[in-house]
Design a protein around this ligand. Structure first.
Ligand code: ZN
Ligand code: ZN
Ligand code: ZN
Ligand code: ZN
Length: 299
């Protein structure tokens, strides 16, 4: 053990070890004794560097395959869900999902926690949306014209938020949930505060009869919704509408309707993904093309 501790205290060797472990394994290794904790975790910049070298742990894909966490838990978010939160319509061809493998070496850091996560394990909606496309692809509007995943601040708080933003290439939000690189635990964590914000700092016009001219109102399906700042002040009528994911401003809301929420390039451009087919008579969904199976296979 003494020799092992000596080896792990050598920075170059620790770097080599990190390349064969996931960040979760590094946590576990650091928890085994105080010497290893000191070497691995105590210096934040060393740990951040080791995280960059680590493998993806494979847990995201497993959750997707097993309908766990957000992949099964959509009650209240999508009415087109049935028992246990599973979709009431067909989903991806299982053979495809089950043949996927965690691409542990080709991982990139999660945009929130910086833990390395691969393409198959990052959070991505399990299936392409079906009509009526309740996709929350962009964090402000869904095809039912309900705004979501946004925050409106009072003038003082809004200036503070703007000042503390990290540098971005674009100063307006361009988040897209089909391309964002985020791990499943972080995705779960970012959903909850905004749901709480909507519950405690917004009100539908059917439950509040305030004057539309005195503060921020946004479309909310067939109604409108009034917004307050998290500090309790009413958000100003022409104030900024911010994305709750990146905190950048949204483009002016007159342009929101130009964004076609029904086109989702990740799926549309993937030739292997079965296309959704609509019955020309009834416009009902014929989920996938017939794959040619016509009966039991003869023994
Ligand atoms: Zn992975
Ligand atoms: Zn993360
Ligand atoms: Zn405020
Ligand atoms: Zn954003």
């Amino acid at each position: 053990m003494a020799n092992l501790l000596f080896l792990v205290s050598q920075y170059e060797i620790l770097e080599k070890i990190a390349q064969y472990l996931s960040t979760l394994d590094l946590f576990h290794l650091a928890s085994t004794c105080s010497e290893l904790y000191t070497n691995i975790r105590q210096n934040e910049s060393i740990f951040e560097h080791l995280k960059c070298l680590a493998l993806c742990d494979g847990n995201g894909l497993k959750a997707r395959q097993e309908f766990r966490s957000l992949y099964g838990l959509c009650e209240g978010l999508d009415f087109a869900r049935g028992k246990w939160g599973r979709a009431v319509y067909d989903e991806e061809l299982e053979v495809r999902v089950w043949n996927l493998k965690c691409d542990a070496v080709n991982a990139l850091p999660c945009l929130r926690c910086r833990v390395n996560v691969c393409e198959e394990c990052r959070y991505v909606p399990r299936v392409r949306d079906t009509p009526p496309w309740r996709s929350r692809r962009r964090p402000h509007l869904d095809p039912a014209l309900q705004s979501h995943t946004i925050i409106c601040y009072c003038t003082v708080c809004d200036e503070k938020v703007e000042r503390n933003l990290p540098p971005y290439l674009s100063d307006t939000c361009d988040c897209d949930q089909y391309t964002r690189w985020i791990c499943l635990p972080c995705k779960l964590k970012e959903e909850l505060p905004n749901q709480e914000y909507f519950r405690t700092r917004t009100k539908g016009s059917y439950e509040w009869d305030g004057d539309p001219n005195e503060g921020m109102w946004l479309d909310d399906n067939q109604d409108e919704r009034a917004f307050w700042c998290p500090c309790g002040e009413r958000a100003p009528k022409d104030g900024n509408i911010r994305c709750a994911w990146c905190m950048r401003k949204h483009k002016h809301r007159d342009t929101w309707f130009q964004e076609d929420a029904s086109k989702i390039p990740f799926f549309d451009d993937d030739p292997c993904y079965p296309k959704i087919v609509l019955d020309p008579q009834t416009a009902d969904q014929i989920m996938y093309p017939n794959l040619g199976y016509t009966g039991a296979i003869a023994p």
